[in-house]
Design a protein around this ligand. Structure first.
Ligand code: PGA
Length: 224
């Protein structure tokens, strides 16, 4: 899964050196990021003109916090490849206001037009980014109150669930759907049920993944 998904991204960068890539965090893309780093080391991928836009970030959180997505991306991808720091964009968990951070991020997204490719994982409850079940499909970047199931799922990275931030900044489904291509990677038997629901419906706000996975521009790689 990781190799095929990384090859998909590398091909995109080779064809469009100025690509703007929407990137995701979580366990699922880790293997893919290792493959991208290998492609860079082998000279197959040049990130020097690529811009990156991350899907989401906890709020509030300091960038230096090892649980921040800023830290995750630096450790698992950015510091190993030749992406320009000025071309890296992540919602700002340090902003004095969550709404201000969302507006600023939307402005950055708009300035650079639709994303060439958006990489996505999917949550156990079908969330995309931090767009949780029941959330609106029409919005841009916004500040979300995390659902209990997401807080519990993410508590594996923290000492306990009380440490998990209760809010996050996330690109909206509208932003995600504007990407030219969407690459959905899904791994593990525990995601089989939600992937099945996402791919085969019914269309309902209870499953955020459905809106994305059934789009004709969505390529889905999964491994059980
Ligand atoms: P995971 O997270 O890759 O860690 O399962 C995916 C998600 O919650 O979107």
């Amino acid at each position: 899964m990781s190799k095929r998904a990384a090859d998909f991204i590398v091909q995109e960068i080779q064809q469009h050196p100025n690509s703007s890539l929407g990137l995701a965090t979580g366990s699922t893309p880790l293997g893919l990021y290792k493959e991208l780093i290998n492609s860079y080391i082998q000279g197959k991928a040049d990130f020097s003109k690529v811009s990156t836009y991350n899907l989401d970030e906890y709020y509030p959180i300091q960038k230096v916090n090892p649980q921040s997505y800023d830290h995750f991306m630096n450790e698992n991808l950015f510091r190993h490849i030749n992406v320009e720091p000025s071309r890296i964009h992540i919602p700002n968990g340090e902003h004095s206001s969550a709404e201000g951070a969302c507006l600023a991020y939307d402005e950055e997204l708009r300035r650079n037009g639709p994303l060439t490719l958006q990489l996505l994982g999917i949550g156990l409850n079908g969330h995309i980014g931090f767009n949780e079940p029941g959330d609106c499909f029409a919005g841009s970047t916004w500040a979300v109150d995390l659902s209990l199931s997401t807080i519990e799922a993410n508590s594996r990275f923290f000492e306990d669930s009380s440490q998990v931030p209760k809010r996050a900044l996330t690109m909206g489904i509208k932003d995600i759907m504007q990407a030219n291509k969407i690459l959905l990677v899904v791994s593990g038997a525990q995601k089989a049920d939600i992937l099945q629901k996402s791919l085969y419906g019914p269309i309902t706000h209870a499953c955020t993944g459905f809106r994305v996975a059934t789009s004709s521009k969505c390529y889905c790689y999964n491994r059980q």
